[in-house]
Design a binder for this molecule. Structure first.
Ligand SMILES: *[C@@H]1O[C@H](CO)[C@@H](O)[C@H](O)[C@H]1NC(C)=O
Ligand SMILES: *[C@@H]1O[C@H](CO)[C@@H](O)[C@H](O)[C@H]1NC(C)=O
Ligand SMILES: *[C@@H]1O[C@H](CO)[C@@H](O)[C@H](O)[C@H]1NC(C)=O
Ligand SMILES: *[C@@H]1O[C@H](CO)[C@@H](O)[C@H](O)[C@H]1NC(C)=O
Length: 394
């Protein structure tokens, strides 16, 4: 079933009537909800998650230009979306009070961008172009979209003859100081360091990950909320491994040393199909205790999100320890993310039963076995084209 604008308004009105008077106004209703942005083939959605009543309500559905495979939101109303099947980047204004989306500007950059990252003051936007092997830097000041830099790769390709025939930047992560961006390149098995000092955005170094052919995809700096990073955790898509690096700040930039390599699956939970399995997303909780990783194309009945505990030694070295694994609620969880209060995982499944699942984060970071709330993939239309991006924005 598709949500027509009218049907939605009616559904919301019905809900509002049933709520206590204090929650009746639309703005009150919104402030009680986590507003979750979703993107998939031709549409941008917002689903409101009400933790109290454990339910989702779709409050915005708009046709998008292209396929919004990755998005970046800057409060209160700037929304950027890339289409990985073209070279296009779009800037929309998102009015969260009236639930309206308006396209402002579209520009072409590198082909096949799959991830967007802001700089600290949100005046630059960094696009990782998996398709073209380049990293784009956009000036997004004053509502504009101006491509100011295209950073090319000079890395040596990894040994995988099918997946590593070209450089494939998959994600750029801003470090906690705001100065550096590290790019995971799936094609060259590298973590590339870009220095944004003086607005230069220059490649200043890189580290090769082990084993060769592992295909680094998405990563996260550790700890969150600190002044500096002490570690970097990165998920390899091809070999389904998570790598831990120690990070040191030096006069030459960032120095990485790989300190741990482990499977994204627990020993007791190997994928039913090791040939197809392709780890996807990684997230670290704000208390720096728990790491979650999505495992896709596992061949199991559903795909999964694995939970790791972060252990810290006396000298400060961080290691990961597998804890448990739960169903992602469907198939192909390309992306999941944490609610802003870090009490819930929002899991987006491109295929399978639930396109969106809210999974409880319980004591000790343990994920709930059964989702708290879900939206069926049929709501999003075509089978196999469920949401590929999910993030709470307010
Ligand atoms: C990008 O380039 C294509 C091909 O030239 C063109 O059709 C399209 O309109 C351009 N898109 C934007 C957003 O400028
Ligand atoms: C693709 O990458 C090359 C450099 O490798 C760059 O010169 C070009 O601008 C990029 N173009 C597109 C459309 O991706
Ligand atoms: C996936 O399937 C394999 C083998 O069929 C099994 O050993 C493993 O425990 C399953 N994983 C989960 C998370 O159930
Ligand atoms: C794994 O998936 C591939 C590709 O779909 C298939 O050819 C192969 O038979 C599968 N292997 C197992 C053990 O299911």
């Amino acid at each position: 079933m598709k949500f027509s604008a009218f049907g939605l308004t009616a559904a919301l009105a019905a809900t509002a009537a049933a709520l206590p008077s204090a929650l009746r106004r639309a703005s009150d209703y919104s402030s009680a909800a986590a507003r979750v942005l979703l993107g998939h083939n031709g549409h941008i959605y917002i689903a409101d998650y009400l933790a109290e009543s454990k339910e989702f309500k779709v409050t915005l559905e708009e046709e998008s230009l292209g396929d919004p495979s990755w998005m970046a939101f800057a409060a209160p109303n700037r929304l950027y979306a890339v289409d990985e099947f073209s070279a296009s980047l779009y800037y929309y204004e998102l009015d969260l009070d009236s639930n309206k989306l308006e396209k402002k500007v579209g520009r072409n950059g590198s082909l096949g961008v799959v991830h967007l990252e802001f700089n600290e003051d949100k005046t630059r936007l960094i696009g990782s172009a998996y398709g073209n092997g380049t990293v784009d830097v956009w000036n997004i000041e004053d509502g504009g979209l101006e491509l100011v830099n295209t950073i090319e790769s000079d890395g040596k390709l990894g040994p995988n003859k099918e997946r590593q025939t070209a450089s494939h930047p998959h994600q750029a992560n801003i470090d906690p100081t705001g100065r550096y961006f590290v790019v995971n390149d799936l094609g060259t098995d590298e973590i590339v360091v870009i220095d944004s000092k003086d607005d230069d955005y220059k490649k200043i170094g890189s580290v090769r990950v082990e084993p060769a052919g592992c295909g680094p995809r998405h990563g996260v700096f550790y700890p969150r909320g600190g002044e500096d990073a002490t570690h970097y955790l990165v998920v390899c898509e091809i070999t389904n491994q998570v790598l831990v690096f120690s990070v040191k700040y030096t006069t030459e930039g960032l120095r990485f040393k790989q300190t741990q390599t482990l499977s994204t699956f627990g020993e007791a939970f190997p994928p039913a199909n090791a040939t197809t399995a392709a780890a996807g997303e990684i997230a670290l909780t704000p208390n720096n205790q728990d790491v979650y990783i999505s495992n896709r194309l596992t061949g199991n009945k559903t795909d999964s999100i694995a939970h790791f505990k972060v252990r810290r030694s006396k000298c400060g070295a961080a290691t990961l320890e597998f804890a448990d694994t739960v169903s992602s609620g469907g198939l192909l969880p390309r992306m999941f993310s944490l609610s802003t209060d870090a009490e819930t995982v929002f899991s987006a499944n491109q295929d399978g039963k639930y396109g969106l699942a809210a999974i409880d984060i319980g004591a000790n970071g343990k994920l709930g076995d059964k989702p708290l709330a879900t939206i069926d993939n049929t709501v999003f239309g075509d089978v196999g084209f469920g949401p590929q991006f999910v993030q709470q924005i307010v």
